[in-house]
Design a protein around this ligand. Sequence first.
Ligand SMILES: Cc1cc2nc3c(=O)[nH]c(=O)nc-3n(C[C@H](O)[C@H](O)[C@H](O)COP(=O)(O)OP(=O)(O)OC[C@H]3O[C@@H](n4cnc5c(N)ncnc54)[C@H](O)[C@@H]3O)c2cc1C
Length: 438
Amino acid sequence: MTVSLWRDTAGGAASPRPRLSGDLDVDVAIVGAGYTGLWTAYYLRRADPGLRVAVVEAEQAGFGASGRNGGWCSGLLPVSLPKLEQRHGRGAAIAFQQAMNDTVDEVGRVAAAEGVDCDFAKGGSLGLARSSRQWQHARAEAAQAAAYGFELELLGAAEARARCGATDVHGATWNPHCAALHPLKLARGLARTVERAGVPIFEKTPALQLAPGRVRTAYGEVRAPVVVRATEGYTPGLPGARRAVVPVYSLMVATEPLPEQFWERAGLAERETFTDLRRLVVYGQRTADGRLAFGGRGAPYHFGSAVRPSYDSVPRVHEALRRTLRELFPALDGAGFTHSWGGPLGIARDWHPSVGLDRATGLAWAGGYVGDGVAATNLAGRTLADLITGHETERTGLPWVNHRSPSWEPEPLRWLGINTALRGVVALDALSRLRPGG
Ligand SMILES: Cc1cc2nc3c(=O)[nH]c(=O)nc-3n(C[C@H](O)[C@H](O)[C@H](O)COP(=O)(O)OP(=O)(O)OC[C@H]3O[C@@H](n4cnc5c(N)ncnc54)[C@H](O)[C@@H]3O)c2cc1C
């Protein structure tokens, strides 16, 4: 397993929590101590301090994507507004986007209120257009946002370069609804907060089976009328859920702390997160301690939806990320890269995230955020708390509630389809670089 920048800078090793020891009766059992599980526990106890809630976690709180991600706490949705409109209607699409935008502030508000120091800085996000094709794309994105009444500012070349001194910048979009944060500090801080609120977290306690009324582990059973599955990219490892989402790896690299002269040219003074508008997702942030943390997709999907620590490292993809970052910021030449790591995220067959509670069985779930889960997990946690405590709110009417995605194809079709699509995206980006203006 590789060690992430976040693990090395979260303020020391987290003290391990005890395993479950024996059977336990509670009102709500949560499986997974990532953001989804922890936010759900947090809002459940806020809604009803008398509710007995327990969390079981296979490893440690924040072990999964929540402790390893790019730290973009953003209003981004993996489904476009036109697709949401087509499927659920215009009002529902707008309400969902509005709720996501508001969620960025909710994360910052709770972190401040609960004393969770996670380096939260809301500087918005820049989508750099570094070719004429990308500039057209930026303009189309801004026009689309405006058509739904949302702000996505178009910056001309000079304005964009003043904010971010990357190479070949033709212009950019700026979305105000994004904060940069330290993901593991958030996950660990949340875990401490829910524990303080009276929710035990049992670590090194993998759930072997989730069934109505109970979670079975090797160390005892947690019995509860409501069982929440909060395992995202790890979900295919659970019996009966093999084809619910696919785990796709996103990988990251980080530099050493960079000198002030570098930042004078590179900008990002408000800690704006940044991407360029190539087809394969890439994402970066200026960290609170003055490094660049940069990630992207491109790692292969593994047959049978396998998740293993060795998949966190793909030297070819990590090298491509370092190369891309040096292309963006040539002043990095000579600067050291200190960390490379990765982790799995969950993608549903229709790329549609969902949150829900099956009242007949008491089984609840949330996930399929694709790569946009840092804020979405908070909205999911609040929504699950509403559903479980039986409160109808503006959140329980959002179009991802009780959405059922189709199952992924059985293997080997799944493996063939996903890896072929991935190679296609990489090839299109390579072609764009060869074409003038591409
Ligand atoms: C490298 C990377 C970069 C990303 N960058 C961003 C970003 O910048 N912005 C953004 O919005 N999103 C990003 N994402 C996605 C985001 O991190 C996730 O959507 C989010 O963290 C999901 O949280 P979660 O709690 O649902 O899942 P996880 O954080 O994955 O938590 C699931 C937990 O369940 C536990 N578990 C699994 N199986 C069991 C079991 N059987 N029993 C008990 N426990 C179990 C795991 O150990 C894990 O702790 C990124 C993801 C990755 C991997």
